[in-house]
Design a protein. Structure first.
Length: 543
């Protein structure tokens, strides 16, 4: 953007946090939710966005000049992988990153302050050249520079900011505590591809923030076995073809050896076969990609897929009496919503309930009176909802207007963006990971890391999923050899047996070349309590 107010610029600088991020956003005429106008981006930049990744933190003038001139940031930067240009083409937007290594070169990072070569505006036009920003997570404290955006087929719009704990001027990760690293090894490149803008952006993007915070904290401690960690994030915009293209680019050009937290409920299935053939592990997802649960290279980090639906009814059994009547109301936009509909009766009966209504709706409807009337006439005493919190709020309002004011529940991902005052007071979730209370040791560690590296980010269920995904990857990669490989990650994952990540998830066990062991199913009940400042809950329900 060529013009920017002084206050907005100052706000962008304050919110900068430097983890290594490649916002690989490509043009896609059929993409869902990836066309944000310049006005919307600027409006987003001016508010405190604690649910999605802040679009304001990665804006760069279209002429390639620095925003406000060169300056040194005090903390690493988080950029919005979901921002796009006003013209609808995927924009690099100058995602704030440490100094970038050339695409595909994972052995070294350029000196801080160096800008990528390129020409044209900070936008790209196709999947072949995404106008992306790249960087090494071990970047040093240096000056931010913005290069002109790349033309089609190249990269551009790059800015450099200090890395997470790197030695000043070194472009390398800081030594581990005690000086055990004599020098930084080749970076471990991980990726995340998902729906980080559009309809699902607000609920899925918090997982990326937690992942970014983990990368920053890990590199501040010297990396993993002296390897700095480089994170590559792409917004698929809900488009399966785009997901496939970006996933292939990540592996073949950016040398990603594992994906950590792929929040791709709409588009992830498209890349399943490619990832299986390439034996690239996927560690953690939002819970709505069945292929992850049933593929030998999928590593769910919680009770996921159908088990996530099962958890809704198991947690509801903690809220209402056995034998009560339940109505299920489910969205029709997300492919996995068919799982809610198909399994509702089975899991309701298993938990001791009678399913009396099972309906599908659109999450964009302004009113749900018809579904509420049918649920009421069927005698429903609770609602099991499969939709995002903004739609659930309208369901609650519509049902209350016809005299159906009963407990309602969904899984943790669906209501992840809900905050006090959103009209969700009294709502329940069955979260696959623990994200409350703040006093729990593992939760406290996560929240402290967020506070340090991504300040202003609230605790959400999906944020917790991103954090647990990162911690599982940390276990798998702690003995990474000098040359990082996907096979080394797989071997590390297969060594995990019965680990619940400090009580933040179910006991995790992975078996070589087999789908993940999903039992026992465990969930963390939480209730939205406006008077207490948000979600409350402090126990785990396991079968």
């Amino acid at each position: 953007m060529a013009s920017m107010t002084t206050s907005t610029t100052r706000n962008l600088r304050r919110r900068a946090v430097g983890v290594v991020l490649l916002a690989g956003i490509t043009a896609g005429a059929g993409a869902c939710g990836n066309r944000l106008s310049e006005d919307r981006l600027m409006a987003a930049a001016g508010r405190d966005n604690t649910a999605g990744i802040d679009p304001g933190s990665q804006q760069v003038p279209g002429d390639g000049s620095s925003v406000g001139g060169p300056e040194t940031f005090a903390s690493p930067a988080v950029a919005d992988p979901g921002s796009t240009g006003a013209d609808g083409a995927g924009a690099s937007s100058g995602a704030a990153t440490p100094a970038a290594a050339p695409a595909g070169n994972t052995g070294s990072a350029s000196a801080p302050g160096a800008a990528q070569a390129g020409s044209g505006s900070a936008r790209s036009a196709n999947a072949g050249g995404t106008g992306a920003s790249t960087g090494s997570a071990g970047g040093a404290a240096g000056k931010r520079a913005a290069s002109p955006g790349g033309a089609s087929g190249g990269t551009g719009g790059t800015k450099t900011v200090p890395g997470a704990g790197g030695a000043p001027g070194s472009g390398q990760a800081a030594p581990a505590a005690g000086g055990s690293c004599s020098g930084a090894k080749a970076p471990i490149v991980i990726g995340s591809v998902g729906e980080y803008s559009g309809l699902l952006g607000p609920i899925l993007a918090p997982g990326v923030k937690s992942l970014q915070a983990w990368v920053a904290a890990t590199n501040a401690k010297g990396g993993l076995n002296c390897h700095p960690v480089k994170l590559v994030v792409y917004d698929a915009g809900g488009d399966p073809a785009r997901n496939q293209s970006l996933t292939q680019r990540a592996v073949e050009q950016d040398k990603v050896i594992a994906f950590v937290y792929n929040g791709a409920a709409l588009s992830g299935q498209a890349s399943a076969e490619y990832l299986k053939q390439r034996r690239i592990p996927v560690v953690g997802e939002e819970g709505a990609q069945p292929w992850v649960c049933y593929s030998p290279n999928g590593f769910p980090i919680m009770s996921s897929c159908d088990e996530g639906i099962q958890g809704i009814y198991q947690v509801l059994a903690q809220v209402i009496k056995p034998g009560n009547k339940v109505a299920a109301i489910t969205c029709n936009e997300v492919p996995f919503c068919t799982g809610y509909v198909n399994n509702a009766e089975k899991y309701a009966k298993e938990a001791g309930f009678k399913l009396v209504y099972n309906g599908s709706v659109s999450m964009t409807q302004p009113d749900y009176t018809s579904a509420c009337v049918q649920a009421k006439n069927a005698g429903a005493q609770a609602l099991a909802l499969g939709m995002v919190d903004s739609a659930a709020n309208r369901v609650k309002r519509s049902c209350k207007s016809v005299g159906l004011d009963v407990p309602f529940i969904s899984n943790g991902t669906a209501f992840s963006a809900a905050k006090p005052g959103d009209g969700m007071d009294g709502a329940w979730i069955a979260s696959g990971v623990r994200f409350t209370p703040p006093s729990h040791p593992a939760v406290a560690d996560w929240l402290a890391t967020l506070k340090q590296y991504v300040p202003g980010t609230g605790a959400t269920a999906n944020g917790g999923i991103g954090w647990v995904s990162a911690k599982v990857f940390e276990l798998a990669a702690k003995a990474m050899p000098d040359t990082p490989t996907s096979q080394a990650v797989l071997e590390g994952l297969w060594a995990i047996k019965g680990n619940d990540i400090g009580g933040m998830t179910r006991p995790l066990t992975y078996v070589k070349d087999q789908p993940a062991v999903q039992s026992p199913g465990c969930w963390f009940p939480a209730k939205m309590n406006d008077s207490k400042g948000g979600w409350t809950g402090d126990y785990r329900v396991c079968l």
